[in-house]
Write a protein that binds this ligand. Structure first.
Ligand code: ADP
Ligand code: MG
Length: 654
């Protein structure tokens, strides 16, 4: 068979194909033109669209305009006023950088430019085809700036045009581009409309990013915004942005990313941010995120793909990590209470469907679990205390035992009980912001003894009272996690009668002859606890059987096991110290007693284990969720013992 003749492709066809790579849809052309207008320092950019931009796309700006002598060549490839040599590529700070946009558009559409510079008396009008001027440059009347009309986009590329989606969808993409750039460029007023209709986007010049987000994306997003901002001199990095808090979420996330003022995409960064939010938002929900990142231009590789969307940059992993941390800080700082809600799920968690099965409007429905944990920790528990941590998923209808891995869960059942909401609110209202910052950024240094530890914040070293902090932490978790506790099961349920008797024998109980016989008292304690069992089971997963056996206690801090030595006194105090009759007082005193118990460490607790728990369970939970009461600034729970720069100075002198 004769080999097919190899022919050189017609140059126009080659250009058309290349252009099609850059301009895949009307929104791509528009983005390039908007960037050109911004480069020309326009303070007003108006866009009018016909049939999703396929019929016509017109953009009018009030920027510098194009000089008459340049009009002949602006649409030739590699013609740009912004770049002289290849080396300049690394130093670009304008949007355009390859002089390819107008050329490409002229290969796939009818392009007309009307432009007027300040120095010119009149405006000029020029039309282009395949990169070349078509016909004469004519004078006309117009204001300063540039109007570019792109008509019949893809008229000569039938395949691509066919592949395009409906005009409405194209208009949506165009709208996304304008929305993004309007948010990022509040100094410039933007207007977008379909021909003959009212504007769908309109922002004023000299606005602010926040205002424009509110205006374009709606007030509910506007209200939920948190600021993220930091810079890092070493990396030559500046980050500025607005993100929605964890109480807000969208079915479809919105992520506006600008790197050096160019709208781009970064899959790595997006993934990292989504990951942070996934800890806080309901499953499948997503945030609104606007981030503007400035990097030294030499560190950005913009030349990845002709569409210039997906970018990579030097030190990407490190930068992504820093941004991730900043986002997390912003989320945590803004809403300590909600972060408790996630803690709430820490131990456990139902899957979302189960939550739905449940009547979430009622506190009567119970969330408990039946997953048997199989981490190394449980073996440890069984060995030392003979208890299993398990979850009893009674409502889910599945009886099968599943392994669970420790991870934070996203769904939890909120309560509508005013008493609990009141107690939570008073914790939030009493939060000391300065302390909150210290605790939320603490670095754990080490355990000093069973009651003290050292933590570092910034350049300062603090001595902390672990027990005081732990008690308050547990108290808060008990309230914020109300109704959502996972349970620690005792391998053999413990008879209350025996526990109460043990407690009465302990001098701590303060028992005297006058109180009556220990046996009778123990019976009474057991009775009281059995009467209150349904409430404790329902809300705290502290389970007592009808026969008076203690079956389980709640997991308050993940990976933290309260000391069994203090369990008898705890139960005695539950019977005697909790104000069972008044709802709010009942929950408050119950949570306080339980917190006191959980914060106690028996000297029988193995040293190794204590240290591990203090660092990885107690202080790491404090760091994430603790809401320090104002009183903690003065109660000795935190004492500054050293300021590191002072110490360094001391060392220098030596
Ligand atoms: P680039 O932006 O990479 O330089 P373009 O093809 O997008 O390449 O634009 C080519 C040139 O046309 C620009 O360098 C600029 O000088 C001029 N130009 C394009 N659009 C405008 C505008 N709206 N206002 C002023 N000049 C413009
Ligand atoms: Mg350009």
């Amino acid at each position: 068979m004769e080999p097919a003749t190899i022919r050189k492709l017609d140059e126009a066809v080659v250009n058309r194909i290349a252009a099609g790579e850059i301009i895949q849809r009307p929104a791509n052309a528009l983005k390039e033109m908007v960037e050109n207008s911004l480069d020309a320092k326009a303070t007003s950019i108006q866009v009018v669209v016909k049939v999703g931009g396929l019929k016509s796309l017109q953009i009018q700006d009030n920027g510098s305009g194009i000089r008459r002598e340049d009009l002949g060549i602006v649409c030739e490839r590699f013609t740009t006023s912004k770049l002289q040599s290849f080396e300049d590529l690394s130093a670009i700070d304008t949007y355009g950088f390859r002089g390819e946009a107008l050329a490409s558009i002229s290969h796939v559409a009818h392009l007309t430019i009307i432009t007027k510079t300040r120095n010119e008396q009149c405006a000029f009008r020029a039309s282009y085809e395949d990169g070349k001027l078509k016909g004469e440059i004519k004078t006309c009347a117009a204001n300063q700036g540039t109007q570019i009309s792109v008509e019949d986009l893809f008229y000569n590329v039938p395949m691509r045009k066919q592949a395009l989606k409906a005009p409405n969808e194209e208009f949506q993409k165009i709208s996304d581009v304008i929305a993004k750039y309007a948010v990022h460029n509040p100094q410039t007023g933007f207007m977008l409309k379909k021909f003959g209709e009212n504007a769908t986007i309109r922002t004023q010049a000299k606005s602010t990013v926040q205002n424009n987000i509110k205006l374009i994306y709606g007030p509910s997003i506007g209200k939920a915004l948190l600021k993220v901002a930091f810079d890092n001199e070493i990396l030559g990095l500046t980050v500025d942005g607005h993100i929605t808090n964890v109480n807000f979420s969208l079915k479809k996330g919105i992520f506006l990313l600008f790197i050096n003022h160019r709208a781009v995409e970064s899959a790595n960064l997006k993934k990292a941010i989504d990951q942070v939010y996934s800890l806080y938002l309901p499953k499948g929900m997503a945030p609104f995120v606007y981030l503007s990142i400035e990097l030294h231009p030499t560190n950005v590789d913009v030349n990845v793909h002709p569409t210039k969307h997906e970018v990579h940059f030097l030190h990407e992993d490190e930068i992504v990590e820093q941004i991730k941390e900043a986002v997390e800080r912003a989320l945590l700082g803004a809403n300590a209470s909600r972060t408790f809600y996630t803690q709430a799920l820490l131990p456990g968690a139902s899957n979302p469907d189960s939550v739905k099965l449940n009547d979430s409007s009622s506190d009567k429905s119970r969330l408990d679990y039946k997953f048997v944990r199989t981490s190394h920790n449980d073996q440890k528990l069984e060995k030392f205390f003979g208890i299993n941590i398990s979850r009893n998923a009674s409502f889910s209808g599945t009886d099968k035992t599943e392994k669970i891995t420790p991870r934070r869960e996203k769904h939890f059942k909120d309560t509508k009980l005013t008493s609990i909401l009141n107690l939570r609110k008073s914790i939030e209202d009493d939060c000391d912001r300065d302390l909150r910052k210290i605790f939320s950024e603490l670095t754990f240094v080490g355990v000093i003894d069973r009651t003290h530890a050292l933590i570092q914040y910034d350049t300062k070293m603090f001595l902390t009272s672990t027990k005081v902090l732990c008690e308050e932490l547990c108290y808060q978790i008990l309230l914020f996690n109300f109704g959502n506790f996972a349970r620690m099961d005792f391998a053999n349920p413990l008879p209350l009668l025996e526990l109460a008797t043990l407690a009465l024998q302990d001098s701590e109980s303060g028992w005297t002859e006058e109180d009556g016989s220990k046996q009778e008292l123990a019976e009474r304690i057991k009775e009281i606890l059995i009467t209150k069992a349904p409430l404790m089971r329902e809300y705290f997963n502290l389970c007592i059987s009808a026969e008076g056996n203690l079956e389980s206690i709640p997991i308050v801090i993940e990976e933290y096991i309260p000391s069994m030595a203090h369990l008898p006194i705890f139960l005695l105090r539950l019977a005697t110290e909790v104000e069972w009759d008044d709802e709010q007082e009942c929950f408050q005193t119950f949570c306080r007693e339980t917190a006191m118990y959980y914060a106690r460490v028996a000297c029988t607790k193995n040293e190794q284990e204590y240290k591990w728990e203090a660092e990885h369970a107690v202080y790491s939970t404090i760091k994430q969720y603790f809401i320090p009461p104002k009183a903690f600034a003065k109660n000795g729970s935190l004492l500054q013992v050293a300021n590191l720069p002072d110490l360094y100075r001391v060392f220098e002198r030596c």
